[in-house]
Design a protein around this ligand. Structure first.
Ligand code: ZN
Length: 349
């Protein structure tokens, strides 16, 4: 069977564009060309390397045109389309994609607008934060209140903005009309942790008239959205990476190589846990000085902080949250200049 190789000759932004018709996460692009009727997905190739590639499903409109939504998180680069039979187009010229603005805060219950036909039901939602860290003390809380005739318990989905996938679902109890409920999420999915990126809560309710109401369309990620980060930068102040290559991981040293990354900051600059977990060691060593090892929850990696100004107030067995202060930058042990020597120990051992 002959299968046409798809060809894209032009890319333009047609909806939800940034200024001057430039694309951003959430924009709709129109691709024109030929052989497009069997295209099933589009790949945003981003910068070089595959680490930033994002693939989205596509429904073609005709043989010569299709529209595709730019996933949140996509960066500037060529676009490729692929048919169900795996015929691939040549990459387009790079498409400029602006990063999306941060999510709009919605920390207090507010009414979901535009529910239209189902005006018999009033839905209010709120999300406690727009920036969340895995392993942090304060998780993200989604609150909601349904007022009116609800037929069945609602469901709450956590939707990943990059691909519109539902990564977690909650089924809260049915409570009387007008009662506020909330759901808290700590960044975990099962035993692992969710990928960093943008997420949003989506509530689905059924009215007694039989209509289904949703607070957001899948993947638009506009209402009740937040960004999840998996690590926090450990030095909370001005810092630099020192002069020359000797401060880097793997740099040559007499008889060994540098096993961490040095980051310089004034002695006394606050140091926080890049990732929360349980303290494995708090010790002094002639070379490392005052050091602390934290076993990061949900990973097989230990985070190691050396040359602390003073011994950390924590000790083995203590639970630490992401972003919690663990000490200060210092030059204890064998250190030339005040700096953090930071290591990641991969498991096992
Ligand atoms: Zn070092």
């Amino acid at each position: 069977m002959y299968v046409a190789t798809p060809k894209v000759s032009k890319v333009s932004c047609v909806r939800r564009c940034a200024s001057k018709s430039r694309a951003q996460g959430g924009s709709t692009l129109k691709l024109t060309g030929s052989g497009l009727s069997t295209v099933s997905k589009a790949i945003f190739n981003g910068s070089y390397g595959r680490g930033d590639d994002l693939t989205v499903a596509v429904r073609p409109r005709s043989d010569t045109a299709l529209t595709v939504r730019v996933p949140v998180g996509a960066v500037s680069g060529p676009v490729t389309v692929v048919t169900a039979e795996k015929a691939k187009s040549r990459a387009t010229a790079p498409v400029a994609i602006l990063p999306p603005p941060p999510p709009a805060p919605n920390p207090v219950l507010s009414e979901v607008p535009g529910l239209g036909a189902s005006s018999a039901l009033k839905i209010e939602t709120g999300t406690s934060r727009t920036r969340a860290y895995v392993g942090a003390r304060r998780a993200v809380t989604f609150s909601f209140r349904l007022t009116g005739a609800v037929a069945a318990p609602p469901t709450v989905d956590l939707v990943r903005a990059t691909d519109g996938e539902t990564v977690k679902t909650w089924a809260p109890e049915l409570v009387p009309s007008g009662e506020t409920q909330s759901i808290t999420w700590d960044g975990r999915i099962g035993r692992g942790t969710a990928k960093p990126g943008r997420y949003s809560f989506r509530l689905t309710a059924a009215t007694s008239a039989g209509a289904q109401v949703r607070t957001a369309q899948a993947g638009t990620g506009e209402r009740d959205a937040f960004d999840l980060y998996d690590n926090m930068f450990p030095i909370r102040g001005r810092h630099d990476y020192g002069m020359g290559p000797g401060t880097r991981f793997g740099a040559g040293r007499a008889g060994h190589s540098h096993q961490g990354q040095d980051v310089f900051a004034k002695c006394g600059t606050p140091l926080v846990a890049a990732r929360g977990g349980v303290v494995q060691f708090k010790q002094y060593h002639a070379a490392a000085g005052n050091y602390l090892v934290i076993d990061a929850a949900g990973t097989s990696v230990d985070y190691v902080y050396m040359h602390l100004a003073e011994p950390s107030p924590f000790r083995a067995g203590d639970r630490i949250y992401t972003g919690q202060r663990i000490g200060a930058v210092g030059d204890s042990g064998n250190a030339r200049g005040c700096h953090l020597h930071f290591e990641l120990w991969s498991g096992p051992g």
